[in-house]
Design a protein around this ligand. Structure first.
Ligand code: HEC
Ligand SMILES: [Cu+2]
Length: 486
């Protein structure tokens, strides 16, 4: 990328030089290209980071500095919509992850910490970074560890960051993306209100609205058959009391990103026209735009003055996504009416969803039962299933089929069925090194699972009694034996 850019720059400067030689009458005013790599830094500051829909304070005209960023990865349960839970993998505890605000020429010292309670290794690829993998290769970090790397922000613009750990699509689909803004020298023009919105598509085992804790569905993700398309990680993140707000006469700037992993967004605010759009988050400004296209892994800055009060609906104008899959938010504008600009019967909720996404669900029935010993086989399997859904399914998938080249199958696994003690040891201590399961080689890392003997017995009993395995009933005494043999 960098090479390409350099080639492009030198080709265009040759072209400009030729132009100047051959003709002296060119009206085009080029903004001078400032070489941000040459901007010297003065002093160190800690970055302010915000969860959506908020953004940190503008950089204004501060000089370039060393900017310290601490980002913590948290895998945590959240709510997709009423009655539907999902295990999100997050940068900083929110989806999208914390908003990062820098200026061109900053030297960013970035520390990525992977919380010890997490199950998986992760990393970060920031599209604002000029360097291998956008930082991914230097930031790969296991649970309970942290990594630091640094980079200089060269190009102003609004950039996506995301996890790039295999299977990449799955890490992104679980919420691992966010935005980093690189302001130009002197900062962006001042506006009255700024907000952070990011679209994402989600793939769940159950259909849209099916209650309970929903696992990620690899097959639907590959087929791009999304159950939820939402702003800021969940249905309703920007509606009702969560709506973003402004007053009549104010200028609103939205930093809009699209994490994907699959879908392109036709971003639109019903009843507004974007006065300005930084196309694809870059330096070209388009004016008077109705709908702007935001690629997966891309962003856009949109700006508009709000002239009349009311509720303005924010949508992906691929409209079934808005009314049936969740991609709907609200901007509530308060203030004096202006009959000249808009006179008519205003109604809040005129675009109320057609009952599609927000449904009343029976209450959560997956509450944890109190620990019970002397369980029957059926009770062990039931308890094991819950542990599996909390702990193992992220990698081995909810039907035990695993993910090709990354996570071996537990369904009809010859490796599993051949040796119970070995399987117990793997769950107790984790596993690295090459193994062959059903004729396919795997050479990856299974992290150590922090479970009690009872829980390991239950989860393995569930696995052995599912998906065509050999129906072993694993006793907690057997787990205890393997544990004390170490
Ligand atoms: C972080 C992802 C991850 C999680 C979570 C995880 N595993 Fe694994 N598991 C792996 C990987 C990767 C391997 C292969 C390791 C290797 O290549 O050496 C593996 C191997 C295994 C194997 C042996 C191979 C086979 O397919 O039979 C068993 C059994 C197993 N895991 C069971 C479990 C159980 C039970 C849980 C939940 C308590 C679990 N794993 C949680 C990633 C994971
Ligand atoms: Cu990740």
């Amino acid at each position: 990328m960098k090479n390409l850019k350099l080639i492009f720059r030198s080709v265009s400067s040759v072209a400009i030089a030729l132009l100047l030689f051959t003709s002296c009458s060119t009206n085009e005013k080029k903004t001078p290209i400032i070489d941000s790599a040459k901007i010297a830094i003065s002093g160190t500051i800690e970055a302010e980071m915000t969860a959506p829909p908020l953004v940190p304070t503008p950089v204004g005209n501060r000089p370039a500095k060393k900017l310290i960023i601490d980002m913590e990865i948290l895998e945590q349960e959240g709510t997709m919509t009423d009655g539907v839970k999902y295990i999100y993998w997050t940068f900083g505890g929110s989806v999208p992850g914390s908003f990062i605000r820098t200026r061109a020429g900053d030297e960013v010292e970035f520390t990525l910490s992977n919380h010890p309670d997490n199950k998986l290794p992760h990393n970060i690829d920031l599209h604002a970074v000029t360097g291998p993998g956008g930082g991914a290769t230097s930031s790969f970090v296991a649970p309970g560890h942290k990594k630091t790397f640094s980079f200089k922000t060269l190009n102003p613009g609004l950039y996506v960051y995301h996890c790039a750990t295999a299977p990449v699509g799955m890490h992104i689909a679980n919420g691992m993306y966010g935005l980093i803004l690189v302001e130009p020298e002197g900062g962006l023009p001042k506006v009255d209100k700024e907000y952070y919105i990011m679209q994402g598509d989600f793939y769940t085992k159950g259909e849209n609205g099916e209650p309970g804790l929903q696992a990620f569905d690899m097959k639907k993700a590959v087929e791009e058959d999304a159950d939820y398309v939402v702003f800021n990680g969940k249905v309703g993140s920007l509606t009702g009391d969560n709506a973003i707000t402004a007053d009549v006469g104010e200028t609103v700037r939205l930093y809009v990103g699209n994490g994907g992993p699959n879908l392109v967004s036709s971003f639109h605010v019903i009843g507004e026209i974007f006065d300005k759009v930084n196309i694809e988050g870059g330096s070209v400004i388009n004016e008077n735009v109705q709908t702007t296209l935001i690629p997966a892994g891309g962003a856009s800055i949109v700006e508009f003055k709000v002239d009349v009060p009311g509720t303005f609906i924010i949508v992906d104008h691929s409209i079934f996504r808005a009314f049936n899959k969740g991609a709907l938010g609200m901007l509530k504008v308060k203030g004096e009416e202006n009959k000249q600009i808009y006179s008519g019967v205003k109604q809040e909720g005129i675009y109320n969803p057609e009952g599609g996404t927000i449904q009343e669900m029976p209450t959560d029935d997956t509450k944890k039962a109190p620990v019970k010993t002397n369980k029957t086989l059926a009770e062990k399997i039931e308890s094991g299933k819950q542990i599996y859904t909390r702990t193992c399914f992220a990698c081995h998938q909810s039907n035990g089929e695993g993910i090709a080249n990354a996570f071996p199958p537990l369904a009809k696994s010859d490796y599993l069925n051949a040796d119970v003690k070995r399987a117990i040891g793997i769950v107790l201590n984790g596993k690295t090194g090459e193994i062959t399961v059903n004729g396919n080689k795997y050479n990856s890392i299974m992290t150590k699972q922090t479970l009690t003997d009872e829980e390991i017995a239950d989860v393995l009993t569930y696995v052995y009694n599912s998906w065509g395995n050999n129906k072993t009933n694993v006793k907690s005494t057997a787990v205890q034996e393997v544990r004390s043999a170490h």
